[in-house]
Design a protein around this ligand. Structure first.
Ligand SMILES: C=C(O[C@@H]1C=C(C(=O)O)C=C[C@H]1O)C(=O)O
Length: 365
């Protein structure tokens, strides 16, 4: 009886707190609506309003994480605020986001992690189509994978940047957990084929060698596509993540089969809008250079001299001529910072071409 009384009193307190949280969230949402009105009222002739402000959202999330005293962890708290912001922004303007589909891919999970659940997501069949959808203005933003910590660069994404003029507005990092999935009619010892995206098969190579050395591995266009296939196909399994497993109603035979426990993928948010600095930003550039002795050293030297932190460098064949290359370089800093500006100017002089793909807030979550 005493316990019942204690619980009753606690629940009264929780109800009271919930009603205060409800009022506060509603007040916050009204504030966001006011923000939208101010943005609309201050437009220059022909100017489009910018509702989504990634630099402001990064600040809000970081601020929450710094001020959080527990017992909820910083990430959990930030995720709750991510959703509050997402719904507040949807009151200003519902965002439409294209991603590398089909439904249930890790890219969709990355889109939701970055924008929250209030966005309208649109699956595209290929990375290039995500770019084209953004260029055409059919969506506000696109989400594409860039690199995986186990398997390296996603070349289709890098090549698409050579063909389309888009701005990188953000990055998302996602821990990638792969599972071995089967449909209702397949038994563990009857598997003759395993489907997944080539990247995912590679990320689970050792596990597959140990557990299914003689089973055929078939690369398909995405792991969600693999999951969809095995829903109806007997004696075959798919490697895919949680979202695909629940979306296609599959049974998890083995969980977290990726070879490296820290296996993560980085995604870019692509759009048309340049993002102001937050003080904790990254910049991505493409540089093409003439092949002559010492040129790569010369290209990178200004970074060393100015203590700029290079976070990634990737090479791709240039489209212009055989055996010439372009470099994709990411570094810490914002292109509006005078030091970075000077370095980029310096680099531009020694190169055939230099293009800033965007400066954007470093991933908060
Ligand atoms: C409210 C604003 O608009 C959007 C919503 C935000 C929010 O809910 O906190 C933050 C940034 C914008 O994406 C704003 O620009 O401040």
């Amino acid at each position: 009886m005493a316990m019942e009384q204690e619980l009753k009193a606690l629940r009264v307190r929780i109800d009271d707190l919930d009603s205060k949280i409800l009022d506060l969230i509603s007040e916050r949402a009204r504030c966001a609506q006011e923000v939208a009105k101010v943005k609309m009222a201050n437009l220059a002739e022909g100017e489009h309003p910018v509702f989504y402000r990634p630099e402001r959202e990064a600040f809000v999330l970081k601020n929450i994480m710094e001020r959080n005293k527990g017992p909820l962890g910083n990430e959990e708290m930030a995720r709750l605020f991510r959703e509050i912001m997402s719904t507040c922004l949807a009151l200003e303007q519902p965002l439409h986001v294209a991603y590398l589909g089909p439904e249930g891919t890790f890219t969709q999970a990355a889109a939701i992690k970055h924008f929250g659940h209030a966005v309208v997501t649109k699956p595209m069949a290929a990375i290039d189509e995500v770019f084209r959808e953004v260029v055409a203005g059919a969506v506000n933003f696109g989400v594409v994978p860039v690199e995986n910590s186990t398997e390296g660069a996603v070349n289709n994404t890098l090549d698409s940047f050579l063909e389309h003029d888009l701005v990188i507005c953000g990055e998302v990092e996602l821990r990638i957990h792969h599972h071995l999935l089967v449909g209702k009619n397949t038994k563990q010892d009857h598997i003759t084929r395993i489907y997944s995206h080539a990247q995912s098969l590679a990320q689970c190579r050792k596990w597959l060698d140990a557990h299914y050395p003689n089973v055929e591995r078939i690369a398909v266009s995405s792991n969600a596509d693999a999951a969809k296939r095995v829903q109806s196909e007997w004696n075959s399994a798919a490697i895919a993540g949680d979202m695909a497993a629940s979306l296609y109603d599959l049974t998890i035979l083995s969980e977290k089969i990726e070879d490296r426990p820290d296996n993560s993928t980085r995604f870019f948010i692509i759009g048309n809008q340049a993002v102001p600095p937050t003080g904790d930003d990254k910049t991505s550039i493409i540089v093409s250079i003439h092949n002559k002795p010492g040129i790569l050293h010369d290209l990178l030297e200004p970074f060393r001299r100015n203590h700029i932190d290079l976070t990634r460098i990737e090479t791709r064949p240039a489209r212009s001529s055989k055996w010439s290359y372009v470099f994709f370089i990411d570094f810490k800093g914002h292109c509006s910072d005078p030091l970075i500006k000077a370095v980029l100017e310096d680099m531009g002089k020694g190169s055939i071409g230099l293009k800033v793909l965007g400066s954007y807030p470093q991933a908060v979550l």
